[in-house]
Ligand binder design. Sequence first.
Ligand SMILES: [Zn+2]
Length: 618
Amino acid sequence: MKFKVILIITLILFIEAYSAEINSLPKINVVYPPEGKEITSTDSTFIFGSVTPGSDLVINDQYIEVHKNGAFLAYLPLKPGDFVFQLEAMNQGGISRKEIKVKVPFQHLPTPKDSLRIENYEKAPSQDMVLTSGDIVQASFRGTPGCSASFYIEGLTSYLPMIESAKSESVFWGEGVFGKGEKKDSTVPDGLYTGLYKIKPGDRIENGTIVFELIKKIQNPDLFYFPSQACFDQEKMLVCLADSASGKVTIKEEIVPQIVELKDTSTIIRTGPGLGYLLLYQPQGVRFLANGRSGDWIRLRLAQNIEGWVKAEALNFLPPGTPLPESEIKFIRTETEDDRTLIRIPLKQKLPYEIEQEFSPPVLILKLYGGNSNTDWIRYNLKDEIIKEIKWEQPEKRVFQVKVYLKQKRFWGYDVYYRENELCLEIRKEPEVKYRLKGLKICIDPGHSPESGAVGPTGLEEKVVNLEIALKLKYLLEKYGAEVFMTRQGMEGVGIYERPQKAVKNNCHILISIHNNALPDGVNPFYNNGVSTYYYHPQSLELARGIQKELVKDLQIQDQGLYYANFALTRPYQLLSVLVECAFIIYPQQEELLRSGVFQKKCALGIYQGILNYLKEK
Ligand SMILES: [Zn+2]
């Protein structure tokens, strides 16, 4: 009886609470985009958050599906400028409204054919440049299509031809990487003119202006709107307009070459100003020959036809007369230490280096820029179980190449550093794994914290669910004999660059970074969601592939792909590094799955099985 009363009271309370919920105005909570956000895509993007469960939702006059827990996600068209998402949620309690104001970039419209105009954007060079003989100046601007154009470098050249490129369309990057690659960026209209000039020996100029000229033939001057400062040749019916690039050109031939040296302990050399990585983490004191400049970026000569770029602020400019960054290599010796073999290459000074890996047979290739062979000796160590053979090559002047062939079938990481002026290359021995994972040390990195990472529609924080999955993976790995190190135990803050360092310092064999995904603006989350895995160095590709395969099998959500990706957590080379994005936290169904312990366990199981398969398949 007493039980029955309690049950009835509980039931009444529940019904009251429930009806209070549906009889009061629905709540609207938008997680993304935040108010005032500058959206990076131009035509459509996604918005997500939650409303009181059971409510109907309309955003900008479109009916939006609401998940049973109240979560919603919509992919909606945008208009350039100040744009408003107007949300209306309704239930029996009435209608609630909310507005989210965002900024959408303007697309450049094509220049009208009946005008005569040189557009202010896209004039190149946009930065001051310092060049030398043999370099090519490329000048370009956007203007009225269908005209003739030319340019000259003031004080140096006469008029040089420019041509209008064919209209080209490129795929929006976010869609190209994460989507089907079908959506085009429509920001490349007609009217792009380019011209070239190759600098001759003896050309000299200081801050030369690049002047463009655009000429249009007109039929009837009475019907043409003449821009101010246009010139007009009445006889030939030609209107011309001149403008100049904002970047100036200096051309000089250094009589005394400029040698530079890296200031910091870990500098990345890029393929062009602000472009991709060419040489990873070069140590302090490494020297280069500098031979050009574009804005704040300095061009470094690595070999005859190989150049790299670095910001001027990363360099010390050494006094005239500093010796060239070159060194003879007389001998190479190897030493065995614990679970690794050390290859020592004494140099006269610190030179830039690059490492590549090939697999059949497994070989590690070290390139030393500025290295010249005088190599008559290579000393092996009989106790060494890692190296089969070391060969040196000189493929071209200033490029010394060491090829290290391995006895073991796989790479388990390497390290490269300087001890004074001696280059040290450490190669790690394959771990002896006994039953299941015994003998293996694995670092688990639960992504994010103190920052939350991505946030789901109902407010689930990525850092929370990443840790849940990580702890379940830790349990599994330890159960089967692995030694596990965690980059964080709870919600303490750990910096993004500190995480891989912790894995390396603790001598781990594998680093698994656990994340849950979101998309860049403009990519449709209804097509692009699911599980994905990422690697950077070739040595980690097979492990990443194995983990992705298992996760796709276990999680029963879309296969979002296996990626080469340049992340701080995939870049360490001292061990195998893989980053996993288990599911899409911004997608309502997957956010709900991520809250469940069963799904978290499946994520952990997929990663564990992927590691296990990798070990078995050798
Ligand atoms: Zn993340």
